[in-house]
Design a protein around this ligand. Structure first.
Ligand code: LP5
Ligand code: MN
Length: 254
């Protein structure tokens, strides 16, 4: 049965749509970006079957006791409260998003990687940083900050000190990146192939690299697809829409 006119799109209905976004990097310092995301939730995501956020929704998440993103949490709670599932994967900047955030917003936290059925086909979802195996310094940093004991100690520190530490990590990371060749910050082809084979999928969706594209990969005579999500800017975001048997990229504009 067709939904109300506002829920109809391209001959289908929004409740048959699954949406994918990543790398928004929301922060209090970028109010126009937050406004773009809030508008997207209200005008585009509302009514969809599911919204997958594949990491780095926030520029930095320093703990669920930080109350400075109340407007974003309220908007997510409104979305999930009206029946759209919101599934959230950690990124390399917001891996401290925890159960309290999930409870407040109605979002479900996803493991990286997660395998789902999409348009009738098994599909692997990742943030993408695990695929960047040539970036050895990053992978070392990742192992350190994903250590539960280190995270527990970090979360015991006062909010102001955590905020300072996060800004320090961001600064050091930017300096380190300026010295890295661009190729090592992209995915490693063997790491991609290994994941596709291990999880027995021919479709992978991920973000992180900020190199949006749809890649075909030859896999034992079959074609696999790797869809890379775009990062968001205040003037333009992007959403990958799965509906009517196909995947389509749509701009998100103010
Ligand atoms: O994020 P992006 O795309 O700009 O860069 C990433 C990699 N950088 C990071 C670091 C994050 O940006 C900052 C994280 C903030 C988190 C806040 C919470 C802190 C919680 C701490 C809990 C214990 O992920 C970058 C990659 C790039 O992607 C492309 O893939 O290259 O990696 C780096 O730049 C890492 C550097 O190479 C090495 C690390 C420098 C910082 C050293 C600090 C020492 C930390 C010791 C451990 C506690
Ligand atoms: Mn990332």
């Amino acid at each position: 049965m067709a939904g109300p006119p506002s829920a109809q799109r391209r001959g289908g209905t929004r409740d048959a749509e699954t949406l994918f976004i990543s790398d928004l990097h929301l922060s209090a310092e970028a109010p126009a970006l937050t406004a773009l995301f809030l508008g997207f939730l209200e005008r585009r995501a509302a009514g969809a079957r599911a919204l997958y956020i594949l990491g780095d929704l926030f520029d930095a998440w320093i703990g669920d006791d930080d109350s400075s993103h109340g407007d974003i949490e309220a908007a997510l709670a409104k979305l999930t409260g009206t029946g759209t599932r919101c599934l959230l994967m950690h990124g390399n900047r917001d891996f401290l998003l925890g159960r309290r955030f999930a409870r407040r917003t109605g979002c479900t936290l996803l493991r990286d990687p997660t395998r789902i059925a999409l348009l009738g086909e098994p599909t692997l979802l990742m943030h993408g940083d695990l695929l960047c195996t040539d970036d050895v310094a990053y992978q070392r940093f990742r192992r350190k900050v994903r250590n539960p004991l280190l995270q527990w100690l970090f979360l015991r520190r006062p909010l102001a000190r955590r905020r300072q530490a996060a800004a320090d990590y961001r600064r050091k990371s930017a300096a380190a990146m300026a010295d890295k060749p661009a190729e090592i910050m992209d995915v490693n082809a063997d790491a991609v192939l290994e994941r596709l084979l291990r999880h027995r999928v021919r479709r992978l969706i991920h973000g992180h690299t900020h190199r949006p594209a749809d890649h075909c990969i030859d896999m034992d005579g079959h074609t696999a697809h790797r869809h890379v999500l775009a990062d968001w800017r205040p003037e333009r975001g992007e959403v990958l829409v799965a509906a009517d048997g196909r995947l389509t990229r749509e701009p998100v504009l103010p």
